[in-house]
Write a protein that binds this ligand. Structure first.
Ligand code: HEM
Length: 257
């Protein structure tokens, strides 16, 4: 069929009790830094948040040293003309270096991996929205182009990317796509054993794709752990309150029954 397939990866942060895996977020940060940042920005993410608990949780000195790798343009310098200076923890990651590459700060929330069936959204109730699954699947989604496509067709064939170019030669007589996905402008960014991780974790494309997708889930929802904690506290509170109100109600009405 021509439906793009997004794999339902098991991420540690799924479900009401799920939480980010600190090591995975640190590997994802490393992948973003060494690979993705040459094109994509993270303009909504402040360096200081890399130190936050519930996030990559870098030790403070490492977070500071990380920020100092970057140069930012500061409009207040040089008598208002602006100048570059070393970044501090209060600064944000730079914007995309390549104008056609979208900023990735919120990408894990901007895309859905799961839809349907038949527009009901039930798959999103059971599996989640699938933003990180979409990103991990996209990075794993590069395949040899089907033979109907002209050799010089612009882009890279990806079975998960839905909104790219698509050669007429690969459409049937009704104009329907005969193959899933489309042609994306991003060349496959990951390859096996491209990086080495301090925690010794596997560095094949499949695992790195999940690690960087988890990291991008954190950039899109940095307070997820606090949100789940508050939700759980709320549910426990309401449960206790319900029991107390039930008992109060019984006692108030007891003399009249
Ligand atoms: C698009 C992730 C590396 C260039 C995208 C999209 C994602 C993504 C999620 C959006 C797809 C969509 O719109 O649904 C990543 C990650 C990377 C990475 C996680 C590192 C592992 C790179 C690199 C380059 C690049 C190194 C440049 C050499 C682009 C471009 C697009 C894009 C040009 C737009 C594609 C299009 O609309 O056809 N990337 N990317 N990316 N990326 Fe990357």
């Amino acid at each position: 069929g021509s439906e793009a397939h997004v794999e339902d990866f098991d991420f540690s942060f799924e479900g009401p009790f799920g939480s980010y895996d600190t090591n995975q977020l640190q590997r994802g940060l490393q992948i973003y830094t060494d690979v993705c940042s040459s094109c994509h920005g993270l303009k909504f993410v402040a360096f200081r948040t890399l130190h936050d608990e519930g996030g990559p949780h870098l030790p403070e000195d490492q977070m500071r040293a990380y920020a100092e790798f970057y140069e930012v343009f500061d409009e207040t310098l040089f008598d208002g003309e602006g100048d570059f200076r070393t970044a501090t923890p209060a600064d944000h990651f730079p914007e995309s270096q390549l104008s056609t590459a979208p900023d990735l700060s919120l990408m894990a929330k901007a895309r859905a991996g799961f839809h349907g069936p038949y527009g009901t959204g039930i798959n999103q109730l059971t599996k989640g929205m699938g933003g990180p699954e979409y990103i991990a699947s996209l990075l794993n989604g590069y395949h040899e182009a089907p033979s109907c496509a002209p050799e010089d067709f612009d882009g890279h064939y990806n079975t998960v990317f839905a909104s790219g170019g698509y050669p007429d030669e690969c459409k049937d007589e009704d104009g329907a796509h005969m193959y899933p996905g489309s042609w994306i402008a991003m060349a496959p960014p990951l390859f096996d054993d491209q990086l080495e991780f301090n925690d010794g974790h596997a560095a094949d494309v499949e695992h790195m794709a999940q690690d960087v997708a988890a990291f991008l889930m954190w950039t899109a929802e940095p307070k997820m752990m606090a949100r789940k904690q508050a939700g759980l506290t709320g549910v426990i509170f309401l449960t206790v309150l319900s029991v107390l109100l039930y008992l109060t109600n019984k006692r108030l009405w007891a003399p009249h029954k």
